[in-house]
Write a protein that binds this ligand. Structure first.
Ligand code: NAD
Length: 243
């Protein structure tokens, strides 16, 4: 068993779940935080001695503070944070209501902001650590039907770079993984025709498996990435090749 503790938001499903299981497979303690507590508990059951499931709505700062206090009391202060919770529904920008726009920004952008704000003081006190944010290729190159989400994810990329500059003096790296279309419930919520078109556009002609995206997250969180910070990597089978 490692002495590392990783906080993973969105750990109940898809990429976050694959990340949580990846850490546990390396013997690391994991706080699996998600809006869907029952599904987070199912993730935890795969490594009951290593994974603790806790509820959180990352869009709600008071709930994130509560998560930090419970995590500290029940597991300890994490030195790895993975912001994987995310949400969207595909539609044309002109159909978006203000309520929808605020929800997308609150979960996808303010979620990582709240989590970093609440947990970084503990990580600084511990002497260093790792932050890995899940953005999206939509935030690098744009994506029709995901315009507000793309804006929020572009914000996550800029947030990652600026936070990396501020946190370097504390021996904390901050990096960003941009998944392309990945085989998770979030992707499958999109219209069938759009899904088919996206798969056709990927040079590898298939979706990413959540474990393939998790591998990049685990690398950024590992000792091997000790001198890499403020970086953005796409895991997209070549769909995007951003410079
Ligand atoms: N799947 C893709 O094709 C794809 C592509 C690009 C980026 N991403 C990003 O990767 C990350 C993981 O996505 P996924 O595909 O695994 O999605 P998913 O829907 O399988 O999992 C997302 C998890 O986040 C949780 N969640 C949603 N809102 C939350 C909130 N307010 N508070 C706490 N938890 C919340 C959900 O309950 C769910 O368990 C997200 O940030 C997503 O935007 C995914």
């Amino acid at each position: 068993m490692s002495d590392k503790i990783a906080l993973v938001t969105g750990a109940a499903s898809g990429i976050g779940k694959a990340v949580a299981l990846g850490f546990a497979a390396h013997g690391e303690r994991v706080i699996a935080a998600d809006l869907d507590e029952a599904a987070a508990k199912a993730t935890a059951q795969e490594y009951p001695e290593l994974i603790t499931a806790l509820p959180v709505d990352v869009a709600n700062r008071a709930q994130v503070d509560l998560l930090r206090d419970r995590a500290q009391a029940e597991v300890g202060a994490p030195t790895i944070i993975v912001n994987a919770a995310g949400w969207d529904r595909t539609d044309q920008f002109l159909n978006a209501t203000t309520e929808f726009a605020e929800k997308v920004v609150a979960i996808n952008y303010l979620g990582p902001v709240h989590v970093c704000s609440a947990f970084l003081p503990g990580m600084i006190a511990a002497g260093g650590g790792r932050v890995v944010n899940l953005a999206s290729d939509a935030g690098r190159v744009g994506s029709a039907g995901e315009t507000i989400y793309a804006g929020a994810k572009g914000g996550v990329i800029a947030f990652t770079k600026s936070l990396a500059r501020e946190m370097a003096r504390h021996q904390i790296t901050v990096n960003c993984v941009c998944p392309g279309p990945t085989d998770t419930p979030l992707f499958h919520a999109q219209p069938e025709k759009l899904k088919e078109a996206l798969v056709k556009a990927i040079p590898f002609r298939r979706l990413a498996r959540p474990e393939e995206v998790a591998a990049a997250v685990l690398f950024f969180a590992s000792d091997s990435a000790s001198f890499i910070t403020g970086q953005v990597i796409s895991v997209s089978g070549g769909l995007t090749m951003a410079g």
